[in-house]
Design a protein around this ligand. Structure first.
Ligand code: FAD
Length: 472
């Protein structure tokens, strides 16, 4: 009788899990699953303590779901990816595994690990099979010259054309195996990695809850998404990112659920707006494969390497702590530090502020976000930061610089979001909430809030000069 092993990583679910589905196809095979924690590697990748805690709960949840199907999920901990390959080999030998099944991860270190594992397992007579875990595999959406797209809009159009030609299918959860549900599950020790509590009402762990949230979002909220998604005070986005990042949900499930509720989602501008965000997610993944140097934090646009960044610890700390004197930036950073999540519009504003107003290297911001985000993801985070730094795949040129005050006035008109996160501004009247220092000065009020750490007009000029010099 054959023994099949499913190596679980960022695919902590039993529904629509291609690797798990394939491993279970042979009804007579013994199916095992394995999760390997790699704390040293996580440290090197700046994984946040909130994400570690979320993953831990998700591993527990999927272990129970698998046990209900008669599949034991084993757990190992090693330092890094190279040790993980050794541990995997030992596990395969110990359990007489014949075949390994896994879903791809597209980052460079992960791909190197998997290639090594496949090679070395082959020498031990274990045949491996990998599966793409996205909507369409990297390399399958190309320009007429068979190259990867460098900007998003034509990529998205080609992506939709490919979807129309053939939708990726969702795989069902496995049927219970022949043996009865497991009475005893393998031990799951706490990760040897810092874990920090996260808001379990906002991000309840567990596959069932995630599916339920997806269903609810795809009923009405997705229709209002286009109108509400840029207003941080409103709960207008899906908040599904952490489930997608950890693979508790798959993007294929999102696509199919959306189409089930709204069969015209590919044509209907309103519902397509949300699908288009999932295509952004795919875009950044496809880019990582086409330009692996992105994983090494290299800029996509070469000349931006020459920008002379400032090193200013005091200003960096003010940005990190939400004490820049720009209310929308500070409220956003407090949201990040507290929840481990930040609204997309605010990710753009705060990233732009660090890079263009403070002229601090985007890689420093990228790392800080990773260290805080519950939904930290190399592809999306790097893509977002390079977009803000004008070093990546934004169609707009480097001289697009957000004005943090007008961004606040536009997207948080009534200051609702600012009042929520900056209680020290509670007495400032709404018409002055975006420039409270001016109001305080005029009225002789002493505010427990810092002055602006840079003058935006001056900072803008400085940034333009730095980029122009770099381009020359
Ligand atoms: P929704 O608006 O409901 O979107 C649905 C899903 O689409 C998201 O869950 C996400 O998976 C995907 N998505 C949405 N917008 C983007 C985008 N711009 N790029 C890629 N995928 C997108 N997203 C992450 O998942 N992890 C990150 O580490 C991350 N870092 C970012 C850093 C910066 C500087 C910027 C500008 C954006 C970053 N994003 C990141 C993208 C985006 O901000 C989040 O995906 C989104 O805010 C998550 O909230 P949501 O689930 O409610 O999204």
């Amino acid at each position: 009788m054959a023994t099949h092993l499913v190596w679980m990583r960022n695919d902590l679910r039993i529904h629509d899990n291609y690797a798990l589905h394939a491993a279970c196809r042979d009804e007579n095979a013994t199916v095992l699953a394995l999760y390997i924690a790699t704390p040293e590697q996580w440290r090197a990748h700046d994984m946040s303590a909130k994400q570690a805690a979320f993953i831990y709960q998700s591993v527990q949840d999927v272990q129970q779901s698998l046990a209900d199907k008669g599949i034991p999920l084993h757990y190992l901990q090693c330092d890094d990816f190279s040790a993980a390959v050794e541990a995997l080999k030992d596990f395969c030998q110990q359990h007489k595994v014949d075949r390994l099944f896994y879903n791809y991860q597209h980052e460079v270190n992960e791909r190197q690990r998997d290639a090594k594992a496949e090679r070395e397992l082959y020498d031990l007579d274990v045949v491996s099979q990998g599966f793409d875990d996205g909507l369409l595999p990297p390399g399958s959406v190309l320009t007429g010259n068979r190259e990867m797209f460098k900007v998003f809009t034509p990529f998205s159009k080609a992506f939709v054309r490919r979807l129309r030609e053939g939708m990726p299918e969702c795989a069902p959860a496995p049927k219970p195996r022949n043996r009865a549900p497991l009475q005893e599950k393998p031990a799951l020790k706490p990760f040897d990695y810092p874990q920090e509590e996260f808001d379990e009402e906002l991000f309840p762990a567990g596959e069932k809850t995630a599916i339920q949230r997806l269903r609810e979002f795809c009923q009405q909220p997705v229709v209002d998404y286009a109108a509400k998604r840029d207003t941080p005070a409103t709960d207008g986005t899906s908040r599904l990112s952490v489930y997608l990042v950890t693979g508790v949900l798959s993007p294929r499930q999102c696509l199919h659920r959306l189409l089930r509720e709204h069969p015209d989602a590919l044509e209907n501008e309103k519902t397509f707006t949300w699908l288009n965000e999932l295509i952004w997610r795919e875009f950044y993944r496809h880019l990582l494969v086409a330009w692996p140097a992105l994983c090494k934090h290299q800029p996509f646009i070469g000349w931006t390497k020459n920008v002379r960044w400032q090193s200013n610890e005091e200003q960096l700390t003010a940005w990190q702590q939400g004490k820049t004197g720009y209310p929308i930036v500070d409220a956003a950073m407090r949201q990040l530090n507290t929840l481990g999540w930040m609204h997309n519009r605010l990710r753009m504003i705060t990233a732009s502020f660090l890079i263009k107003d403070l002229l601090i290297d985007w890689r420093i911001g990228e790392r800080y976000f990773m260290s805080q985000l519950i939904d930290g993801d190399l592809a999306a985070n790097n893509g977002g930061w390079q977009w803000a730094a004008s070093s990546g795949n934004d169609a707009a040129p480097y001289f697009r610089i957000f004005n943090p005050t007008t961004q606040g006035e536009r997207f948080d008109k009534q200051g609702e979001f600012i009042y929520r996160w900056l209680p020290e501004l509670k007495d400032v009247p709404v018409q002055h909430i975006h420039q409270p220092q001016e109001w305080a000065k005029k009225n002789g009020v002493r505010l427990d809030y810092p002055p602006q750490i840079v003058d935006h007009k001056e900072a803008r000029k400085r940034a333009l000069a730095a980029y122009e010099a770099a381009r020359k």
